[in-house]
Write a protein that binds this ligand. Sequence first.
Ligand code: UDP
Ligand code: MG
Length: 327
Amino acid sequence: MSKKISFVVPIYNEVDAFDDFYRKMLAPELAKLKYDYELILVDDGSKDGSLELVQGIAEADKRVKVLRFSRNFGKEVALTAGMREAVGDAIMTMDADGQQPPELIPKFIEKWEQGAEIVIGVRGRFEKHGLVAKIGSKMFYKILGAMGVKDTVPGSTDFRLIDRCVADEYNRLTEHGRITRGLMDWMGFRKEYIDYVYGNRLAGKPSYNFKKLFGLAIDSFISLSTTPLLVFGVIGLFITFASLVLGIFVIIEQFMLGDPIGLKWTGPTCLSIFVAFLVGLVLISQAVSALYISHIHAETQGRPLYIIDRKQSRNLHEGKAPKTTTK
Ligand code: UDP
Ligand code: MG
């Protein structure tokens, strides 16, 4: 049986951009592929006619599948939904606005054929960015690195190809506040990188503004690490340790040796040291209970991740997508 590649494209209000992108850029590349393929278009609750456009494409070509969300759930969830629907031996994700060049698809596939399990598109290192974006993304990776997530190459994007085995593992993750690339980097597997230049949008406006990106960054910090909680625990440890040492010093110096250095510790000073000691203990116990809460939080979020509008979707596998196919 010949291998199949699934392409997953999240679409939110992209009627103008996607029309151009599909006809002029993506379809010609797909036509050249030596593999069988499917194109999964995830409509993330668009309100601008994108749905009708993609439904039209799916009517004409059975390899094109449309998954329609009942409302806007966000790109990260759309990518997840598309990957769960995909049946290919490899799955490639890309944006709908033409900023990620489909001419590179053969390069991604080539790396996969050579054994890479995740092929990641890295935004051109010499691109011009706005100052805020530059500093913001630098800080993001710095903090991520400081929190122990070292495996993220700056500039990594969702323009990537993953092997079926990675997808199977990824599909078992159920957390909600997710950022696809962060979770995948956390998963490991054999990675390869391809540099590309992020083009201009074909039409429309980016829907990720500063507020959304900031929220996404917070989400990934929280979901990938418990370090923020531990910071306060460490501060507590430090305070407890320092006040303990100081307290012992006071007891020995003043009360046992009779204040040979002449420091004349007063009652309020001793009390302050004791209070500092207690504050340290409180911070430590807070960090410990916060850790428990974070675990409970992770375990209890049992809500469905998204709701699919089945009437509006097209050519789905209706949950019959195979769990594993060997490469
Ligand atoms: N997108 C989505 N849901 C959203 C926002 C965006 O599916 O809520 C899609 C969008 O249609 C595009 C991709 O995610 O295909 C990237 O979005 P955008 O171009 O706005 O982001 P940027 O280029 O700034 O990363
Ligand atoms: Mg874009």
